[in-house]
Design a protein around this ligand. Structure first.
Ligand code: SAM
Length: 251
């Protein structure tokens, strides 16, 4: 049976790779590398660097998957994502069929960890649901959330309290007391009311990493400026932040 290793590669720094991930890299015959266009060329390069650095026998094959573009979501976000996943599943199934021999092992290198805002596992389940015979295994990686906490030297939760992980699109103007925000294309923190602290990180784990922490009302202007400048310079931005409600008397 064909097998796919879904390997979390950490969110930005090749040193985030676990020993288990390195062992998995060395088992794979074929690496399937998604190509998401020019703006993400730097991310593609990190995957290539990881293979060159950690795979001992350099006789593996790489196959590039040109990822289909996602249609504008409009009002039907879930519908647009579902259509996109269907196209991706079809494209991957075709590649697994044609590029991976029976009994061979392929690998997908997933940014951060596959369990967090990543569709790889859903796509594999879709392929299997079509009747395609495929085994797969998941190797966890360091998420951008863990990288953020480590770089700011903070615990995500307060003692005995929950933490919400959400997206910029879903961030409320009065968020949970402790909320981690990802996939924020629109500076959702700027519409937050109330007294919050923010721990913000962009390009975490990379040489271009930027960190800012402070009271939201005092640093949000600076974050907006840094985001704008970085985006103009690089053409894209990847940032994550923790919002923490300021409350006296709570730890
Ligand atoms: C599609 S999600 C992938 C998350 C990934 N699976 C993980 O485990 O972190 C992409 C979002 O993750 C966050 N992200 C990923 N890598 C990051 C990094 N190096 N620095 C800051 N944020 C990052 C950003 O919020 C970005 O919009």
């Amino acid at each position: 049976m064909r097998k796919i290793l879904v390997i979390g590669i950490g969110a930005g720094n090749p040193d985030y790779l676990t020993v288990q991930a390195i062992a998995a890299l060395n088992k794979a015959d074929v690496f399937f590398i998604p190509d998401k266009g020019e703006e993400k060329a730097a991310l593609r390069q990190l995957r290539t660097d990881i293979l060159e650095r950690f795979v001992e026998a350099q006789d593996y094959r790489t196959v590039v998957l040109k990822t289909p573009k996602r249609a504008e979501a409009g009002t039907d976000y879930r519908g647009a994502v579902d259509d996109w996943h269907a196209k991706l599943a079809e494209a991957y199934r075709h590649l697994f069929e044609t590029e991976l021999g029976e009994g061979e092992c392929g690998a997908l290198l997933v940014w951060g960890d596959p369990s967090l805002y990543d569709s790889t596992l859903r796509i594999i389940e879709r392929i299997i649901a079509t009747g395609f015979s495929l085994d797969y295994e998941v190797i966890p990686g360091i998420t951008s959330v863990q990288a953020l906490a480590a770089r700011h030297r903070i615990a995500l939760n307060r003692i005995g309290e929950p933490v919400l992980i959400t997206t910029g699109r879903k961030l409320e103007s009065e968020p949970a007391e402790d909320a981690v925000v990802m996939l924020d294309g629109e500076q959702a923190f700027s519409r937050v009311v109330g007294e919050y602290e923010i721990f913000w990180g962009a390009y975490l784990g990379t040489p271009e990493e930027i960190l800012v922490a402070g009271r939201l009302d005092e640093v949000s202007g600076e974050i907006e400026r840094l985001r704008r400048e970085a985006r103009e310079q690089k053409g894209w931005i990847m940032d994550t932040y923790l919002l923490r409600k300021l409350e006296t008397g709570k730890e």
